[in-house]
Design a binder for this molecule. Structure first.
Ligand SMILES: Cc1cc2nc3c(=O)[nH]c(=O)nc-3n(C[C@H](O)[C@H](O)[C@H](O)COP(=O)(O)OP(=O)(O)OC[C@H]3O[C@@H](n4cnc5c(N)ncnc54)[C@H](O)[C@@H]3O)c2cc1C
Length: 312
């Protein structure tokens, strides 16, 4: 029996674990990708305390800090979750089950796929979701990034270190990176931004040769490319929360209050999976710490009831 089980081994999950253990809770962290999404970037320059480091370095530091406390970690995927009649939670992975008094859901998001013809056949044959992982494969090649967020801009900047030409294709009027990255994009002559345009098809047989656009660019609705990097946001991993009766918004994000509480007592949530507008490492970390504090209060306020139930 744990006081607190955290589902998700990203920066949010490990920060929550660190704080929960600091508050003397018995804590377990279950996750299937150690370090989570931040490990996909080589440039984090907005996490207080570190002027610049890679995402992997940041994730490792946060994990190392958490594991300075007696935290149990389990690499695995949670496949089921339920609450018993005594109000304890069961969390089931492929190999184990965990019993706990409280839960923090810090499961993040999966990447949103570009749903156009050609995508499924050419995924990993020129269609990629991770510039950090794949950019070296496109050295001296022409590529495009689809998306207009700060993450998309950073993917393009990274690719420009390897590729002579990087297009950013975005459906709206203006891309919306952080100002510092907007300036970098403007100054990078290898990057060309195509706005008000959608990709309607990915072209190629066994590898990407180009994309079809919904309006002509430089007189053609086909853009010849060797690779396409998709960065169009994510879909929250909130199915487990929904199973517990946690309220989600229309995007499937977990609704939390300012203290990271969900509508279900004993269930807290934080990070990319929740309904906060601004999703960054620092915001997830703060929400995770709030969640851990609320779990601590919940466990302590209900300790007498919990101990009676355990004796039954
Ligand atoms: C390209 C890119 C660049 C970015 N750059 C920055 C930046 O410079 N600065 C910044 O602050 N933020 C940046 N971000 C955003 C940042 O990465 C996220 O906000 C942050 O990593 C969210 O952390 P998280 O722990 O909430 O979620 P995640 O990191 O996604 O972690 C969730 C974890 O839960 C696990 N999980 C999910 N479902 C289950 C399950 N059923 N069972 C077990 N485990 C499960 C996942 O595998 C993962 O390990 C960037 C994002 C991207 C994509």
């Amino acid at each position: 029996m744990y006081d607190l089980v955290i589902i998700g081994s990203g920066v949010t999950g490990y920060s929550a674990a660190m704080y929960g253990a600091r508050l003397d809770l018995s804590v377990a962290v279950i996750g299937n990708v150690d370090g989570g999404t931040i490990t996909l970037t080589d440039d984090v320059a907005n996490y207080p305390g570190y002027i610049q480091l890679t995402g992997k370095e940041l994730a490792d530091k946060i994990k190392e800090h958490a594991l300075d406390y007696p935290i149990f970690t389990e690499m695995g995927t949670v496949i089921d979750i339920f609450r018993d009649e005594q109000n304890f939670f069961y969390i089931v992975t492929e190999n184990k089950s965990f019993l706990t008094k409280s839960i923090i859901i810090a499961t993040g998001m999966k990447e949103r796929e570009l749903e156009v013809p050609g995508h499924d056949q050419l995924k990993n044959k020129g269609v990629s979701y991770c510039a950090l992982c794949d950019a070296p494969l496109y050295k001296d090649k022409v590529v495009a990034v689809v998306g207009g967020s700060d993450s998309a801009a950073k993917e393009a900047l990274l690719l420009a270190k390897y590729c002579p030409k990087v297009y950013i294709i975005y459906r709206r009027e203006k891309i919306r990176p952080e100002p510092i990255n907007a300036t970098r994009i403007e100054r990078e002559s290898k990057i060309e931004v195509i706005t008000n345009t959608n990709v309607t098809e990915i072209l190629g047989q066994n590898k990407v040769t180009g994309v079809k656009l919904d309006r002509p660019y430089n007189g053609s609705d086909v853009l010849n490319l060797d690779g396409i990097f998709v960065a169009i946001g994510g879909i929250p991993y909130s199915e487990l929360a929904a199973k517990l009766g946690v309220n989600l918004n229309e995007k499937g994000e977990i609704k939390i209050d300012r203290s990271s509480r969900t509508n279900v007592e004993g269930v807290y949530a934080a990070g990319d999976v929740v309904d906060s507008e601004f999703k960054q490492a620092i915001t997830g970390v703060a929400e995770g710490v709030n969640a851990a504090y609320q779990a601590y209060k919940y466990v302590n306020e209900n300790e007498f009831i919990f101990s009676c139930r355990q004796e039954e």
